[in-house]
Design a protein around this ligand. Structure first.
Ligand code: BGC
Length: 744
């Protein structure tokens, strides 16, 4: 779409020479030709209708309203309408009963799975396994497409450094490089190689831009970031999505320097359309045209519409403002009809690309829907992917995996028997997953454990919101802990506590979970804590009282089994954190790639009042970015770096010195020693996930070009500056060895 320049739709003259009644129906013509042909047959009202995206389920719309509006040819796209039966009904009305029979494009939030739910996006990112991430997106696309969906509002590529903001669960963590790699793979996974293939769907990178900068971690709040921060941190994943040919982008709810994203010409036209050359569909977020009035930058619908269309926003999600006002604005000369043509052409072009004009029912095959959803292969893949997303944070004396000598395990904790909480907010509330198909952690342990090992279960407390409830249940939990050889304690948060609108002010475990942890600790029994949560927390107590910690995140449909697989050694953990785990809430925002300061805490050798420090708590995190253990042990050696023809070649040997096969994420970071603008302490610039058998050694090589070592200079241009760079490798962002090289 990037090169498909529809900005000037004036090719009508050439096409009229073709003189065909149905050129746009003929697949021998190019998408551009077909789009232009169709456009010239359409009335202004019909073109505006293409920009109208209505919700199948909303406060204002009922089924009759949707049918009626589609029949009148007033709707271009529908969201939150799922299933072959429902969408066939609507598509038939559009194709057979509206004047031009233009098919509907069905859109949905397929965030981390449709029916088979994969780990939450942030969890999945912790796998650092790009090919697995791409496959998961392609499975999600296949299942969604089989239910008549054509476009997903994913991937969310927002970077955030504030775990109070509930939507961090939906991104790929704090790092621009890793997030960009993942954004690319997710787009490719959803869209495949051929969008007209009925098992692929269009992707939508969201939310442009800076939505993750929500002040105080409160969702929908204002952000306040500089252009430099935008270019250094938030922009790269969008660039990567555009490189992957993402078909659409969604505007952020928030404002950039006081101007809401939806009405921001500098951001949407100058930056997105012109600088990044994005030619695809630009969609508002939910009712963001209405928000322009609420925020107070537009006095009424007309002003809101003018601002958005001038910012080249193509599709109006749910507010129906375009539908109400655009015709009048063209007729009164306030906007030129070419602005409507341009936006409508983008919608139509995507419908052509999806193959909808060649066969509007191609995504609507009942048989396919029944066989594709939650197939055995999909579920098995979800189980593997969930296991690979989990991060082993602690494993004192190799207490994990649980040995066969253990004959009695007490499974304790309010989340051990929950199913919905293994999903994320999106998975639980907005996917097509049937929660009854999910196996809880305790059920999975019972299914996977050796016969002969006894499993006892107690919830210990009641987790129902943030209040402390069910403290009277702790005694029963202590009683079973006392009888057991080991305790598996499942703690975390309920699914709805993170996700959209899921902001919290305190990163401590909700309810009476810390009380339960303390009581179990007093029994003196070894504790293996399994964490089920969407965001990093203040887990200081968990670290202190547990002998092992497995961060399982919100692992999806097969998450219970994946936990059991790791606990009993059927899977070897290999996830690494993609967000820094803080010590406490006051450290927020804390992230690994801090810009260097004169009093940098990272380089302080001795405690000093005059360091970039807190007086009351360490400035180190609980666990750093990139951190994660394995049942294997890896040794790094022979690190070398050489410069050849303006590129840097780094090489390191990694050996599995344990007796268990495992996977390691080898990470490469760079520090620009002297630059015209202060640079981050270190920046991730490469990684490779390798598999090593027991005793096996591999050489991992990295190649860095000057284009990988750029910075944003004083003029806000991305440039490479010659000089000295320190190249680091290691298993996480802290345990690194570095070598300096010079590029002249
Ligand atoms: C969210 C979007 C989502 C949309 C449609 C909004 O509230 O911010 O990310 O895609 O709703 O469900």
């Amino acid at each position: 779409m990037k090169n498909f320049n529809l900005l000037i739709i004036i090719g009508f003259i050439a096409l009229s020479a073709c003189n065909s009644d149905s050129l746009y129906k003929d697949s021998n013509y190019s998408i551009m030709e077909r789009t232009e042909d169709l456009l010239q047959r359409m009335t202004l009202e019909e073109k505006v209708a293409q920009l109208n995206l209505i919700a199948a389920k909303s406060e204002t719309n009922d089924a009759e309203y949707i049918d009626r509006e589609i029949r009148k040819g007033k709707v271009g796209c529908v969201l939150k309408s799922n299933g072959v039966e429902t969408n066939y009904h609507l598509q038939r009305i559009a194709v057979e009963e509206s004047r031009l029979g233009i098919p509907i494009m069905f859109q949905e939030d397929v965030i981390h799975g449709y029916k088979t739910i994969f780990p939450s996006p942030m969890a999945e990112a912790c796998s650092w396994n790009l090919s697995s991430i791409r496959t998961a997106a392609s499975i999600a696309a296949k299942e969604a497409a089989a239910s008549g969906i054509h476009l997903t509002y994913a991937p969310m590529v927002d970077i955030s450094r504030d775990p109070r903001w509930g939507r961090i669960v939906e991104g790929a963590g704090e790092d621009p490089y890793l997030s960009s790699c993942i954004a690319y793979e997710r787009v490719k996974g959803f869209q495949g190689n051929d969008l007209s293939d009925s098992s692929t769907i269009a992707a939508c990178a969201k939310h442009f831009i800076g939505y993750g900068d929500a002040l105080a971690g409160r969702d929908y709040n204002i952000g306040d970031f500089s252009e430099r921060e935008m270019r250094e941190i938030y922009l790269d994943p969008f660039k990567a999505a555009i490189d992957a040919d993402v078909k659409s982008i969604m505007c952020a709810y928030s404002a950039i320097d006081g101007i809401p994203a939806t009405a921001n010409e500098e951001i949407l036209v100058d930056l997105l359309r012109n600088e990044l050359e994005f030619g695809g569909l630009l969609i508002t977020d939910w009712r963001t045209l209405e928000n322009l009035i609420k925020i107070g930058v537009a006095a009424d619908k007309t002003e809101a519409v003018l601002q958005a269309i001038n910012a080249q926003v193509d599709v109006d999600m749910v507010s129906e403002f375009y539908s109400d006002k655009l015709v009048e604005l063209v007729q009164t000369g306030k906007i030129d009809e070419s602005a409507v043509d341009r936006a409508a052409a983008r919608v139509l072009a995507l419908k052509f690309e999806l193959g909808l004009f060649d066969d509007p029912y191609k995504y609507l095959d009942k048989k396919r829907e029944e066989t594709v959803q939650s197939s055995f292969e999909h579920l098995q893949f979800a189980r593997k992917s969930a296991a690979e997303s989990m991060v082993l944070l602690k494993n004192e004396n190799n207490i994990l995996p649980i040995q066969e000598t253990i004959k009695h395990i007490a499974v304790i904790g309010p989340l051990a028997d929950r199913k919905k909480d293994l999903m994320s907010w999106w998975g639980a509330e907005y996917s097509q997953c049937n929660v009854d198909d999910v196996t809880s952690i305790v059920e999975s342990i019972q299914a996977v454990v050796n016969t002969g090992t006894k499993i006892s279960y107690e919830q210990g407390i009641i987790l129902d919101g943030f209040e402390k409830k069910g403290l009277e249940l702790i005694d029963e939990a202590v009683a079973i802990a006392n009888q057991a050889d080991v305790v598996v304690l499942v703690l975390g948060e309920e699914y709805w506590m993170s996700g959209e609108g899921g902001s919290v002010s305190e990163l401590s475990l909700p309810g009476a979970q810390n009380e339960l942890l303390e009581a179990i600790h007093k029994t003196g029994k070894p504790i293996i804590t399994v964490l089920v949560n969407g965001r990093p927390f203040d887990f200081r107590k968990v670290k202190e009282y547990s002998n092992a910690i497995l961060e399982a995140w919100q692992p999806g449909t097969m998450g219970g089994f994946a936990v059991a697989d790791i606990l009993f050694g059927k899977e070897n953990p290999s996830g690494k954190l993609v967000m820094t785990m803080p010590l406490n809430t006051g450290q927020i925002p804390i992230f690994y790639n801090y810009r260097r300061t004169s009093h940098d805490f990272y380089i302080r050798e001795e405690q000093s009042r005059f360091a970039n420090n807190y007086l009351d708590i360490s400035t180190e995190p609980l666990y750093p970015f990139g951190y994660g253990l394995s049942y294997s042990e890896f040794e790094y050696s022979n690190f070398s770096v050489a410069v050849k023809n303006d590129s840097i070649h780094a090489s390191v040997d990694v050996k599995n010195i344990s007796s268990v096969a495992g996977k390691e994420v080898v990470q490469l970071y760079v520090q620009d020693i002297v630059a015209s603008v202060a640079q981050p302490h270190i920046r991730l610039k490469g990684f490779e996930k390798i598999t090593l058998k027991a005793g096996e050694q591999k050489t991992v090589e990295f190649q860095l070009h000057t284009s990988d070592l750029t910075l944003i200079n004083k003029e806000m241009k991305e440039v490479f500056e010659k000089g000295v760079f320190e190249i680091f490798v290691g298993p996480n962002s802290v345990d690194l060895v570095g070598i300096q090289v010079e590029i002249n």
